[in-house]
Structure formats: C-alpha cells, structure tokens
Design a protein. Sequence first.
Length: 279
Amino acid sequence: MRTLLISLLALAACMDAPRRSVDPEALPSVPGSYRLDAPDAVLELPNELKEISGLTVLPSGRLGAVQDERGVVFEIDPLTGAIVDRLPFASDGDFEGVELVPGRALWALRSDGDLYHLDRDSTGAPRTRKVKNALRSRNDVEGLAYDAARNRLLVACKEWPGKDLGDVRAIYAFDLATETLSARPVLVLREAEVDGQRPFKPSALAVHPSTGRVYVLSSVRRAIAVLDPDGTLLGVTDFPAGIAPQPEGLAFSPNGTLYVASEGPTGPGTLLRFAPLTP
C-alpha cells in the first residue's frame, strides 16, 4: 500500500510510448488520431482484474484501476500489466470509475452514483470519505473523468439520463470546489447520432490532456465517441473484431498516450496502449 500512497504525491514519470508517424490519408475517423485497429501493446491482466472497470494514470506513470466487485484501487505496471500495489478504500461494491485529481488525491465512483474521496490523514494513513449526490442506481453510472479546465469531474450515465431528457446519454458535472452535482447534464450524446448496430452506452470517459476533447467509451457498441469541450460530436469509431472485447476503462497519460482496459468475458482482462499518431 505504501507504494501507491507515495505515487500519489510523486512527480510524473515519462513511461509513455513514442508517437508514431502516419500518412494523413490513413488516419481513423475519430479525431485525435489513434489507430484502434493497431494497439502498441496488449497486456494480459491478472485474474483479480478480469472485471476491470475503471482506469486512471497516476503521477508515477503507473495506472490505477478499480473492478466491479471490490472497493480496492489496484496499481498496475503499464509495461507488464502486473499489479504492483493495492489500496482498499471501501467494502465490496460495483465500482466503475477511478480518477486522479492533482492536489485532491483519488476519486472513485460506484454505479449508484456515490463518489469516494481517497487521500491520507496527517499521520499518512489512508482515509476515505463518501460523497452522495442525486444520481442513483437507475442511472447506472459508469464513467468518471477529471476536467482540469473547469475544476470538475465528469460523470457519465450508462442508462437513464434524467427526467425529461429523451433519447440521450447524459454526462453530469461534479464541481470540485463545492462538491455538488449539476442539476442537468453538461454534455449529452444523442442516441440517433452515436448508436450503431448496437446501442452506445457509456462505460468510461477521459479528457484529452492537450485538446480538452472528451473521449467516451462504450462497452456495448465497443466504440469511442469524441466530443469537443462544447459538446459537439466529432466522430465515433468502433474497435475492430478481436480487440477490446468488453472495453470498460479509459485514460490518457500527459503526452496523449491512450490506455484502454477491457474486461475478459471468456478469458483474462487486457490492457491496451495506443500511441498518438503524428501526420
């Protein structure tokens, strides 16, 4: 546990994959230029993370993850997929997101909407504080991301978007200064625009570190949608067959390297790494 606690306060390490050059004509349809058909690495995860459901990049360059059944943050080596440390923070539950917020340690998300703030007390011992909000199990909350430009967490609903919202998938904002949830979604995905042969139901999201664009992952459609910060939909790209069978976690390193974590429906969970392309 000591390693993970120290890593929350450490300086960022440069453990990212190098950028790859590519012909501009070969760029995928999702803005941001990631070849979802060609990950730089596919790592098998330990059995404890077969149901991995949330992902974040820690200041050390390692990854923090949660899974569907236990209130534990797992620290993962991004080069091997091995679990380096564990930080228990709550009793068993359906945890769906974890996010590092600089200066405020970690936040974790449960599917009923409850947020958990993880930090250390004056003696260095870990402590957890639960923060409730208006979201409930009906919303089936599955995505958590830090929006640094607006000092807020983005919280995505997989199911019911909220009263009188119609056929959309909703993303709410949790203000970190006041610790209050927005009364209405700050971003929406219209089902008519993002559904394919399967419905687009958010399972994770992350904010790109340089563009501020919001990347939203769907485990049902197996795709990534990209929104401008103002909510304009820029595109949707599906994962090819055989890659990320049930994608549930999404995170960016500071240099734009994209990490995707996939549950293992019939085998182990996997961690995929995608370097940003440069034309």
